[in-house]
Design a protein around this ligand. Structure first.
Ligand code: NCD
Ligand code: ZN
Length: 362
């Protein structure tokens, strides 16, 4: 069989949850094996709300990188550049954003409507009330990253993204036209249309799971919490709209895995956490989507060019080599942390074959 290869600029992950402590140690190598940079989400149990805590968190991540090879999965992590974000709250002082920006620590700030997802209880309760923060961000050129869902028990969970866009995002964008915004992990045709209809100041990230799965995945042969994430998976026509958008060549869409690991006992329980761990096979998963859509030539723009362009950062210098070589995704990824804690993760595509493999970085 003739094997084909694909060489693209090294990608970045513009939305990842790396967590902390032993979970950080367990998942970090999967991100660093392929991504040059990553936007690190600030929703730790104690969220990142100060410049100091962002510096300390960055240091913890870099320390694991510097440790080098921690197990056989690791390529080399020393060059990995974690880009830190601030968690917006009702009471955050705008000076903290100004300082974080000036000291080159904070690249963006994340808006979680309070209670909308994992570790968002300290999020924003009234978006209008953070207007001064948004004005500051607009002034200093700091992007606003949004978890775009309403947290209203009256609103059906499958409509929460659409209603957020109508009720909050459109007015916010109108009021802060100079503010750069990323609507994170979009899941609906409505979000795609909105992004397509706006200017270059507002872009969107798309996850691999929302490109591969529809909401049936959560209910196939029983209730599958492994496929439960937020925003929740939607109907198939929304998935199709996302696939069309990312493979259209439109620079407003870029890679953001939203890889969100949770310990097994927090997924397999009567009230399981939202979040899908996909970092282990993310690039292969995206590549397969582009191939299925007959758009492999547009993969690199989505994975490696549109994001840096939006954030005003240089492109990565290195390249990655992808090989058309099947691989079986393990049913579970197990790891024993230094504190002897056993971490088991079920990756996206567990037990399934992917058609591409990462060969190397060059
Ligand atoms: C994320 C997490 O676990 O931190 N969960 C998820 O389902 N995506 C939070 C988030 O991005 O909503
Ligand atoms: Zn996320």
């Amino acid at each position: 069989m003739i094997s084909s290869t694909l060489i693209i600029l090294q990608p970045d992950d513009w939305h990842v949850h790396l967590r902390d402590g032993s979970m950080l140690a367990a998942v970090l190598p999967f991100t660093t094996r392929v991504f040059g940079r990553a936007i690190v989400m600030p929703n730790l149990k104690k969220p990142i709300t100060t410049v100091e805590s962002a510096i300390a968190y960055r240091k913890r991540i870099k320390n694991f990188c510097a440790e080098g090879i921690t197990d056989e999965r690791l390529v080399t992590t020393n060059k990995f550049n974690p880009l830190m974000t601030m968690y917006l709250t009702d009471t955050l002082d705008s000076n903290e954003l100004v300082r974080g920006h000036a000291e080159n620590v904070i690249i963006a700030a994340k808006l979680y409507p309070a209670g909308v997802t994992t570790n968002s209880v300290s999020g924003v309760t009234d978006i209008k009330a953070i207007n001064p923060l948004l004005e500051t961000m607009e002034k200093i050129g700091m992007p606003l990253l949004i978890h775009g869902e309403v947290n209203d028990p009256e609103v059906d969970i499958f409509d929460r993204e659409r209603i957020f866009i109508e009720k909050y995002l459109i007015p916010l964008h109108r009021q802060h036209q100079g503010l750069k915004i990323v609507l994170e992990h979009i899941t609906t045709a409505d979000a795609v249309s909105f992004i397509e209809s706006t200017n270059l100041n507002i872009c969107a990230t798309v996850t691999p799971h929302h490109l591969h799965l529809n909401r049936n995945a959560m209910f196939q042969e029983g209730l599958c919490s492994d496929f439960y994430c937020l925003p929740v998976l939607k109907r198939d026509h929304h998935k199709q709209a996302l696939r069309r958008a990312v493979t259209s060549g439109n620079p407003k869409f870029f890679l953001g895995t939203d890889s969100a690991p949770h310990p097994r006992n927090r997924k397999e329980t009567s009230c399981g956490c939202a979040g899908i761990f996909n970092a282990s096979h993310a690039i292969e998963s995206y590549t397969q989507v582009f191939e299925e859509e007959g758009k492999l030539d547009l993969l690199e723009a989505f994975t490696s060019k549109n994001g840096p362009k939006f954030y005003g950062l240089p492109l990565n210098q290195s390249r990655i080599v992808l090989e058309k070589k099947q691989q079986l995704v393990p049913k579970q990824i197990n790891w024993i942390a230094a504190d002897h804690k056993k971490i088991s993760l079920v990756p996206l595509h567990a037990g399934k074959r992917l058609l591409w493999s990462l060969k190397n970085i060059c």
